[in-house]
Design a protein around this ligand. Structure first.
Ligand SMILES: NC(=O)c1ccc[n+]([C@@H]2O[C@H](COP(=O)([O-])OP(=O)(O)OC[C@H]3O[C@@H](n4cnc5c(N)ncnc54)[C@H](OP(=O)(O)O)[C@@H]3O)[C@@H](O)[C@H]2O)c1
Length: 252
């Protein structure tokens, strides 16, 4: 069970899922360190409610301070599947923040920087990593995002760290990039569809960023999720209360 003596590093803190993860942790009074490429941006979002560590997962020597003394890491970093400004083009032919650089090499760097006694490394991967040759994942993977996510997953599994790998489908809701923390804390799943969990990369559909954030935090409360990889989508009528214990028990 998470407690206020834990310290959780959230990588990708300023992203849609990352912000919601932080809001959920703060709501439970769990201490958070936000890993960000821009301390200014993170400070504007979270004020002094979280510790801030500046770092870039492409560069291993920027990660030692960020990972020091943390006992859980939730990694929700990512870049776009298709070329965009977020790829940080040096020139027309050379991009620096590509899926390969972030989702494969960057995740390997973060794994390598994790404390040996880490209790859990939670990684937000993607549905389709085992279906890269079938539609629509063959299109999504045109620039290698699913190859890179799978490499990230493999690096985590090859490490000695306890892990949970979460594969959402197309993300909806958010990313709330212009909202403040109070708004995030009010982000609700009312009226949204139910959470469906699966294994073996067979699910299709869409996933609320709110539920990706929920499951990133909830899985830390259930030992059954250690060493597991599972998919999450939203489908069907949502019950008044989501029973995470029951949902997560299905993955073994
Ligand atoms: N979009 C989809 O439909 C979809 C589907 C399945 C899975 N996913 C995955 O879901 C996760 C969360 O998605 P999202 O929409 O919340 O992502 P997002 O809003 O694009 O956020 C990505 C985060 O990663 C950070 N980041 C990017 N490059 C970095 C680097 N080199 N070093 C450190 N941090 C870096 C960004 O920080 P800055 O503020 O510094 O840019 C940002 O905080 C991602 O892993 C994504 O791949 C997405």
């Amino acid at each position: 069970m998470l407690s206020n003596s834990d310290l959780i590093l959230v990588a990708g803190a300023t992203g849609g899922v990352g912000q919601l993860v932080i809001a959920k942790l703060l709501e439970q009074n769990i201490p958070v360190r936000a890993l960000t490429r821009s301390a200014n941006k993170a400070r504007k979002m979270f004020g002094d409610k979280v510790e801030i560590a500046e770092g870039d997962i492409r560069y291993p020597d920027t990660l030692a301070t960020a990972t020091k003394n943390v006992n859980h890491i939730i990694c929700c970093t990512g870049t776009t599947a298709f070329p965009s400004k977020r790829w940080d083009f040096a020139n027309l032919f050379q991009a620096k923040n590509t899926p390969q650089a972030v989702d494969a090499e960057g995740v390997k760097n973060l794994v390598a920087a994790a404390p040996k006694e880490l209790k859990r490394f939670v990684f937000v991967s993607s549905c389709g990593v085992l279906r890269k040759d079938s539609f629509p994942f063959n299109i999504l993977n045109a620039f290698g995002i699913l190859n890179a996510k799978l490499q990230g997953e493999e690096a985590i599994k090859a490490s000695e760290l306890p892990y949970t790998i979460i594969r959402p489908a197309r993300l909806i809701d958010g990313p709330y990039t212009s909202y403040d923390l109070n708004t995030l804390l009010r982000a609700k799943t009312d009226g949204k569809k139910a959470v469906v969990i699966g294994t073996g990369d067979t699910l299709n559909g869409e996933t609320s960023r709110i539920d990706v954030a929920n499951v990133c935090v909830e899985c830390l409360n259930y030992e059954v999720t250690a060493g597991q990889t599972f998919e999450i989508i939203n489908s069907g009528k949502r019950p008044p209360v989501t029973d995470w214990e029951q949902l997560l028990a299905q993955i073994v």
